[in-house]
Ligand binder design. Sequence first.
Ligand code: RIB
Length: 296
Amino acid sequence: MKVLNFGSLNIDRVYKVVDFVQPGETVLSADYQEFCGGKGLNQSIALARAGVSVYHAGAVGGDGEQLKRALEEAGVKIPFLQVLQQPSGHAVIEVDKSGQNRIIVTAGTNGRIREDYIDGVLEYFEKGDILLLQNEISNIPYIIKRAKASGMQIVLNPSPVNEALYEYPLDLVDIFILNEKEGTALAGVTECDPGKILDCLEKKYPESIFVLTLGADGVCYRGKGEHWRQEAFPVKVVDTTAAGDTFCGYFLAEYVNGKKPAEALLTATRASAIAVGRNGASPSIPTMGEVEDLFQ
Ligand code: RIB
């Protein structure tokens, strides 16, 4: 079974602030750093650091050498990665004194994923292989339909939510990995109540599995008659950026390795607990060795 992540790659421009900037306000940043990020790149690196062989497809610009290198150094396979003439995607990230973040993403080359390129990549994959997607690249509906038609299993992290997402063929998704805000939006509920979110999602997409992350309140799993819950570990939060991506990559890695949901949730929760204690996106993602050492 091969794993393909068709996803974004961003240069993250990270500003440490005391409090998030308010409308009409100018604030001084205490620290500025650049990291390799993008939900796609982070999740591929999490899969690789969890020990899974993963292919990453997507696009960078001429300024994307560091993004390519970060994937290669983590052991992610990138034979399909495109280098285009436009600038790579980037993110402007504020991290406040409590380690929470606010992110603006501009697509850059992530918005230039064309159908002929998608066809070429998907030719190498077959029935039973896994496709992981987020919502930071163009042409996602086409990728989903095309991959499903060849029998791939579709795993979607529907992040970030935008208007276009509601028009995607979401009934073709096998596993959704989403946080409470994404869950609230997709379920179409007004209240952020995990039980209600999962009830509505199950009704809308009865064939799918849902992994709903709840930050400090842990994570719920629901689907195909199974219910699981995992509490979060209390940790000192430094920077929450990529904690969700770490969870996503680790959960999928455990799924690929045939682990039961309870075990996959536990390992993914442990890995993301380590990630929130570190700065940056991809540099904060632990290896499986680190996860095992810290939680033995
Ligand atoms: O999930 C964190 C990521 O979101 C960052 O790395 C940023 O690039 C945005 O894609």
